[in-house]
Write a protein that binds this ligand. Structure first.
Ligand code: ADP
Length: 754
């Protein structure tokens, strides 16, 4: 193995993230890019490089007439041995390792002065929740970063939302070997209670340390709720919260609220002395009295003092900073002004793009050395305290640089950078740009509606009266099941928008009418859509039509025409740039249509194709949905062995990701198939599991477990009537469900229905 290249590969954080994710299975570059929120081309390039180094293994698999590349981890551990005359690198399989993620890494602290008492308090093992609060620049970040070096570090921003927070947490826990949170989020479910429980379990089982920096910036109540929940329950992990204001996260023996003040005089002296050896004691005493040991003020002082001016006593902070600012070069001032435009830390590359002058590196480092800029990993930012000051003296145009930054963010091509770009477009109120971005969302960032609805909603509601934004809001409502709200918005904007967006609205209207069982109106929308199709030959616009048409015909119990339309969908999807989620979904629907035509053998053929694609692209939620359908199909074919095998897989997965609705359905088929095979013990366990689900979620299908238990009793020659009675009682308001349960059970059991 080539040593220098290998070391180079390891010194890159994205590569380490990739290796860490591959620990949990094989992935296609596209899904990997989605998980890591990175550009797909970049991920593919890295995978190829890692493959050349022998760290990962790529293989082609053939699905749906196409070749798909998937990658898995080839090594688990690397051992480097120095021998006389050579360096030996050995790779060992299957060993676990921890990798910090760049976004979630504690900032580096070079010299921390004092703070011994505070450190003792916050590291006390009895305290599982520590809240450090105090004014800006007092040293909250520094103290936590010096102590909790391996913690999951979450830097809160104003635009941050619960879902992006959890996504990062999921990635972090994944590197500690706890995979469920990430798996759950990828599945597309957003049940808050489940997310809370899973995240708690992840933190507790790994003993993770979590630092939330700048909590006062958080504007998402869900994050605050989650933290209160954690604070009340955590026993093994540790949560550290840094904030300017004191948040209320409850009380308890294990919770510590620690107000942070300035440095002690002797520590402040050491700090100033290190930078500025010429200072005399009297001068120092004066400055200590003025700053009360505030570390950032002290830092500025050591810079400003070189000027040897008298210190103004009023507003010491602004005074100090204006002294420092006054001594900066024009280039340094310009760079500071640029950075002050953004209330998020910037990457070097972004600064380079915005700054444009040649000496970017030198200027950046000079500002860092002077202590006016801060650095966190690869990100640079101006301390909040100083930003206010620079904002006042700033004389550059916000709009110009925001536009430039939007361009930069969009080139990154990830959902997360797209959302950030959107935020800036909204801030400058550029209607054209907003429209352009919404088109991009529809075309390229489709998953944002499922993956980041809350974040997207937050930027959309700031736009105000804009038909395109309202249309997008409609999608989020629809996704959340708020059909009436979506309908209202779409009707409102339908005639105000054009092009692809109009097609989007009309097809969505058809969809929502079908959800509301208003089929005549849905049909009218489809007619209207046919007009649109006459003047638009975008294949995607055509695809949306067939998606709705298939659904409509299926609801109208016209399976032949539904099938015809579904095959049209399939043809278009295959020709579009790979869009695997949709392709597997169309195949699944084709299977469903065949089932409704009682052509179950044909159905399984298509289910298997859907399965193949979802496996190839690591779409686990889809994969297990297909297992469920396959279990049902084989049950109906009387092939109970297969039905048991498939339903077992979907039961395990849906229980794991806490999707109890689907878990109950899968358990139902597992149970009846086991009854069909007279494997009564297993059947009994599944029935009991169903009842447990019903007891905790009240999801009605779970109560069918009683009926199954009754049947099992009877088959054992015992009396099951009490269970039958219970099942009937629990399902008394769901007559159709009760009948459907008996119908399925009737295929394998002919005891009397009572
Ligand atoms: P906060 O998080 O409270 O806003 P920071 O931790 O960012 O404050 O500190 C502000 C500045 O002061 C940083 O540049 C940091 O390096 C410096 N600083 C804070 N505390 C100390 C300390 N104990 N020793 C040395 N420098 C410190």
């Amino acid at each position: 193995m080539e040593v220098p290249q290998l070391i180079k590969a390891f010194s890159n954080e994205t590569n380490l993230q990739i290796l860490s994710i591959l620990r949990s299975g094989s992935f296609n570059p596209r899904e990997l890019a989605r998980i890591l929120q990175k550009n797909e081309t970049d991920i593919s390039r890295r995978l190829k490089a890692l493959e050349r180094l022998g760290l990962v293994e790529g293989r082609w698999i053939r699905v749906g007439g196409r070749n798909v590349r998937i990658y898995s981890l080839k090594v688990g551990e690397i051992k480097i041995t120095f021998k006389p005359g050579s360096v030996v690198i050995q790779t060992l399989k299957e060993k676990s390792y921890e990798i910090p993620l760049p976004e979630s890494r504690a900032p580096a602290v070079e010299n921390l002065f004092g703070r011994e008492e505070e450190i003792r308090a916050i590291t006390s093992p009895e305290k599982r929740v520590v809240i450090v609060y105090g004014i800006a620049g007092i040293g909250k970040t520094s103290i936590a970063a010096a102590v909790f070096k391996n913690a999951f570090w979450y830097q809160m921003g104003e635009m941050d939302s619960f879902e992006s927070f959890m996504w990062q947490m999921g990635l972090f826990l994944n590197t500690l070997g706890y995979r469920l949170l990430l798996e759950y989020l990828r599945g597309g479910d957003r049940e808050e209670k489940a997310i809370y429980e899973i995240a708690l379990e992840g933190i507790e089982s790994t003993g993770a340390e979590v630092v939330i920096d700048d909590l006062h910036k958080c504007s998402d109540d869900k994050i605050l709720h989650f933290l209160s929940f954690l604070a009340g329950r955590i026993q093994k992990g540790k949560i550290i919260i840094l904030s300017r204001e004191k948040p209320n996260l409850g009380f308890g023996e294990h919770i510590l609220y620690l107000p942070l003040g300035g440095l002690k005089i002797e520590d402040a002296y050491k700090m100033v002395k290190m930078e500025n050896t010429s200072i005399d004691l009297q001068k120092f005493a004066e400055i200590y009295n003025l700053t009360k040991g505030h570390p950032l003020a002290l830092k500025l002082f050591t810079e400003a003092y070189r000027n040897n001016r008298e210190i103004s006593r009023s507003n010491i902070f602004d005074f100090l900073f204006s002294e420092v600012y006054g001594m900066l070069t024009e280039d340094e001032k310009f760079m500071l002004q640029l950075i002050s435009l953004f209330n998020e830390p910037l990457e070097y590359e972004a600064i380079r793009r915005l700054y444009k002058r040649k000496n970017v590196f030198a200027v950046l480092y000079s500002l860092l050395n002077k202590g006016v800029l801060e650095r966190r990993g690869e990100l640079y930012f101006l301390h909040d305290l100083l930003r206010g000051f620079v904002e006042e003296v700033r004389d550059i145009s916000e709009k110009k640089y925001y536009r430039e930054y939007i361009g930069y963010l969009l080139e990154k091509g990830t959902a997360e950078s797209f959302l950030r770009a959107f935020g800036y477009a909204v801030r400058i109120g550029d209607r054209e740009k907003i429209k352009e971005l919404i088109t991009l969302r529809v075309k390229k960032f489709k998953r944002i509606i499922q993956d980041f609805p809350e974040t997207y909603m937050k930027v959309l509601v700031q736009i105000g009266d804009n038909p395109y934004a309202k249309k997008e809001l409609g999608h989020i409502y629809f996704q959340k099941g708020l059909f009436r709200k979506a309908l209202k918005l779409w009707l409102e904007v339908k005639d105000e928008i054009n092009g692809i967006h109009r097609a989007d609205v009309v097809s969505s209207l058809a969809d929502v009418y079908m959800e509301l069982y208003e089929f005549e109106k849905a049909e009218a929308c489809l007619k209207e859509y046919e007009e649109i199709l006459k003047s638009n030959d975008d294949p995607e616009v055509k695809l949306w039509y067939y998606i709705e048409l298939t659904k409509f015909k299926f609801y109208m119990e016209n399976p032949e025409e539904a099938l015809q339309s579904a095959f049209k969908e399939l043809e278009i999807v295959k020709n579009l740039e790979t869009y695997p989620e949709l392709e597997s979904l169309v195949l699944l629907h084709i299977g469903d249509i065949y089932v409704s035509m009682e052509r179950v053998h044909d159905a399984t053929r298509y289910y298997l194709q859907a399965l193949e694609i979802s496996k190839a692209y690591s779409l686990s939620f889809m994969e297990h949905t297909v297992y469920f359908e396959l279990a049902k199909a084989h049950f109906h074919l009387g092939e109970y062995e297969k039905a048991v095998e498939y339903s077992r897989k979907s039961v395990d997965y849906f229980l794991k990701v806490r999707n109890y609705r689907r878990a109950a359905g899968s358990l139902g088929y597992h149970c009846v198939s086991c009854i069909g095979l007279m494997r009564l013990k297993e059947a009994e366990e599944s029935a009991e599991e169903m009842i447990k689900i019903a007891q905790s979620t009240d999801y009605p299908l779970g109560w069918a477990g009683y009926i199954f238990l009754g049947a099992i009793k009877n088959l054992r020659g015992e009396d099951g009537s009490e269970y039958f009675r219970l099942g009937k009682e629990k399902l008394k308001d769901q007559k159709w469900l009760y009948d459907a349960v008996w119908e399925e059970l009737g295929r394998v059991y002919n005891g009397g229905k009572r």
